[in-house]
Design a protein around this ligand. Structure first.
Ligand code: MN
Length: 735
């Protein structure tokens, strides 16, 4: 059965498996035990041909992941079984049906979720897609995500054997997806280990330096902690409560962060550790006991009054409960003291993973996760189809801190930090948002874009004839407001388009032309992808319908081939073709609601965006660059530079021009291709060619053309016209 394992392998595998069994702390039935054994044997056999980059047997990886689930997350047998099987379907001949047949639906669903998270890297933004998937599986069974985090943790711990560029990629993805998730799920221990590992991989020198300094100062620090704790211990004993007290070092990553943020040296950081007091009391005595301990601490050491953080009365949005204060310890040093119970400590360290154990103990804590999952569902269901839009929604809704504000009746509303007065209106009801006419905060009128502060009391008035406005999208932050505004604008646009359609019908009627026979021809001629966009443009008077009467007609249809010839003729006469080449200059772009002029950004040369393309902004030391979302570099930038990526939209530009590169291939008929291409562009379309080169071989030619255009409509028109040239087989925009 295990023919490909050596005797040494067998020995190591059995030891690892025995270690796993020992680490399972939850109660197991004999059935659980048998299933775990079966999962182990199945996985061991399935992975027998595989080794990890380090050379060790592959099966050691699923065993280690299962052990993280059991030991560090304290998940039960179901998670352990699923973790053992997590790579089987993806990497081996074993199928999901095999797993369902042997282990049942629940396990099969979890393994399926884990498998799905692993591939499909072909979307416009794989990270965003992946993120969406992670969140979707979260709704099916939170354990999928917990196991995935365990998987990622083990991979990060053992990344050393991988080639450098792979290490960087995995580290980037970890920072981008898994660390915020671990944070949001409150799995503090694992989150902070992942952060340390991330720093170690991306900036080994800094990591080593801090870790070295921590070691150097350890003895002094421990002595100080001892001096701080000793008198406190004595007093706490008099309370007659079971407790533990110790000093806890801060993580290397958080120290590094502080050095960066406060621009200080390692030596100047006073809180390299915190004192933690953990109390063992029944749930009903928790709050009272914590505050009694607080008073003991502050009797002995003077508190810095503004540094009390009471997350017991109101837990953090990820479930964290604890009472923190900073006091002045011996030698005048500031020391942070954290007071919490055994239950709170487990929640603080293992978050969602510990949640099940205490479900029902404290209603408020249950609520925290239910509410969050509800928000996850809302964002997934309501966010736009574009992956980047989705990312923006996620970042502003799920991973940010919160503000608490009040309705006039005193009901509390929780919104993401940065939410505006208008977001509040939408949070009350989407109709109130859409028809919002004035907003008052603490009885004073504010602009809709007012950023809410904790404790604000907000009241909204509405008016029937008010409706959504495009500008609103530039400042609202909640997914709900965003999606409702988009829907309202779409509706409004469709209404406007109806007017455009009627105008066109009247016009065609006057010209005695059939509507259905001509509408799509016209729409394509003007460069629109669908009728609604075309009708809308008409309603906005972007298209001059009086022009239509000059278009040639053949058999009741507009004849654009003939029109092109006529135009070419006319252009030749007026020597339009000799017009000077334009150099590109650009218009305005909106980044996070702010308009930027063309001196504030440059268009990326790798993908040459044109007004109308879907775009994003990438900010680096070299300034801001605008890329198309389909740019081949987008994937890399998103994975490694997520924090420097911003959503971008085209602003209102009028006379701006852009470069677009086309590759034209076709059959070389000897004469006329170059002439046909250049006359189509210059004469019939009136566009400028910046550069043009053509290569031929074996009767096939490939031309490279750089056009100067105002927008994607013009570009599409050009592409369509070029495709119609005799002999041309394909016209493709580059990248
Ligand atoms: Mn794995």
């Amino acid at each position: 059965m295990s023919g490909l394992y050596t005797i040494e392998d067998e020995d190591v595998i059995q030891k690892a498996y025995a270690g796993l069994l020992e680490s399972i702390r939850s109660k197991m039935s004999s059935e659980d035990r048998a299933n775990i054994q079966a999962a182990f044997e199945l996985a061991k056999d399935a992975h027998k041909n595989q080794r990890r980059k380090s050379g060790e047997a592959y099966i050691l990886h699923p065993i280690a992941v299962a052990r993280i689930c059991a030991e560090e997350m304290e998940l039960g047998p179901t998670a352990v079984i699923a973790a053992l099987l997590h790579d089987v379907v993806e990497d081996t001949p074993v199928t999901l049906d095999d797993i369902r047949a042997r282990f049942g639906d629940k396990i099969a669903t979890i393994v399926d979720g884990l498998t799905k998270l692993d591939y499909d890297h072909n979307a416009d933004s794989p990270q965003a897609q992946n993120f969406r998937k992670v969140l979707q599986t979260l709704l099916i069974d939170v354990r999928v995500v917990l196991i995935k985090i365990a998987d990622r943790l083990h991979n990060m711990r053992t990344l050393g054997a991988m080639p450098k560029h792979k290490q960087q990629k995995i580290a980037a993805e970890t920072k981008y997806i898994y660390i915020p998730l671990a944070h949001r799920l409150g799995i503090y221990n694992i989150k902070s280990e992942l952060e340390d590992l991330w720093l170690k991989i991306t900036d080994r020198e800094t990591y080593n330096e801090i870790s070295h300094k921590l070691n150097q100062t350890k003895r002094d620090r421990n002595a100080y902690i001892e001096r701080f704790i000793a008198p406190l211990k004595e007093r706490l004993q008099k309370l007659n409560v079971k407790f533990e007290i110790f000093g806890r070092p801060k993580s290397i990553f958080s120290i590094h962060n502080k050095i960066l943020k406060k621009q200080v040296e390692f030596e100047e950081i006073y809180d390299l550790f915190a004192i933690r007091i953990i109390l063992d009391v029944p749930p009903e005595e928790e709050k009272d006991t914590c505050w009694r301990v607080f008073s003991v601490v502050t009797d002995l050491y003077t508190p810095i009054s503004e540094r009390i953080k009471d997350w017991i009365s109101r837990p953090k949005s990820n479930g964290y409960e604890s009472l923190h204060t900073t006091v002045i310890g011996p030698e005048g040093r500031f020391v942070e003291v954290q007071i919490r119970t055994v239950r709170m400590n487990e929640i603080a360290e293992r978050g969602f993973a510990a949640h099940w154990k205490y479900k029902g103990v404290k209603a408020q804590a249950d609520d925290v996760y239910d509410k969050w999952l509800e928000t996850v569902r809302e964002v997934i269901e309501s966010s736009g189809s574009s992956a980047l839009e989705f990312l923006t929604d996620i970042k502003s809704n799920l991973f940010s801190e919160e503000v608490h504000v009040y309705t006039p009746k005193g009901d509390i509303k929780v919104l993401p930090l940065g939410a505006t007065a208008l977001d509040f209106a939408f949070a009350i009801h989407s109709e109130i948002g859409i028809h919002c006419s004035t907003i008052k905060v603490n009885n004073r009128l504010v602009p809709f874009s007012y950023r809410l502060k904790n404790g604000d009391q907000v009241s909204v008035t509405t008016s029937k004839n008010r409706t959504a406005n495009e500008d609103w999208l530039s400042f609202v932050v909640t997914g709900k407001a965003r999606s409702r505004i988009r829907a309202a604008l779409r509706e409004e646009r469709a209404k406007q388009a109806e007017f455009g359609k009627e105008a066109l019908m009247r016009k065609l009627n006057n010209l005695k032309l059939d509507f259905e026979n001509n509408v799509d021809l016209l729409s394509r001629y003007f460069g629109f992808k669908n009728r609604v966009d075309f009708f809308f443009a008409i309603s906005q008077e972007q298209i001059d319908l009086t022009e239509l009467k000059t278009f040639p007609v053949t058999n009741g249809r507009f004849d654009f081939t003939r029109k092109a010839q006529q135009d070419a003729e006319r252009a030749r006469k007026s020597k339009m073709a000799k017009r000077e080449f334009a150099s590109t200059h650009t218009g305005k772009i909106i980044i996070n609601g702010q308009e930027k002029d063309d001196f504030a950004y440059t268009l990326a040369k790798c993908c040459n965006p044109v007004l109308g393309d879907e775009i994003f902004a990438y900010v680096s030391a070299n300034g801001m660059k605008i890329h198309r979302t389909s740019c081949p570099n987008a994937v890399n930038l998103l994975a490694s530079q997520a924090n420097n990526i911003h959503k971008a939209e085209w602003g209102r530009s009028s006379a701006a021009t852009y470069y677009a590169d086309l590759v034209i291939t076709g059959i070389d008929k000897g004469v006329g291709v170059i002439e046909a291409i250049s006359s189509t562009i210059s004469s019939s379309l009136g566009l400028n060619i910046r550069s043009f080169s053509i290569d031929g071989k074996d009767g096939i030619f490939e031309g490279r053309l750089r056009l100067v255009v105002n927008n994607t409509n013009q570009l599409n028109k050009a592409i369509n016209a070029l495709k119609k040239i005799d002999g041309v087989k394909s016209v493709v925009r580059q990248n």
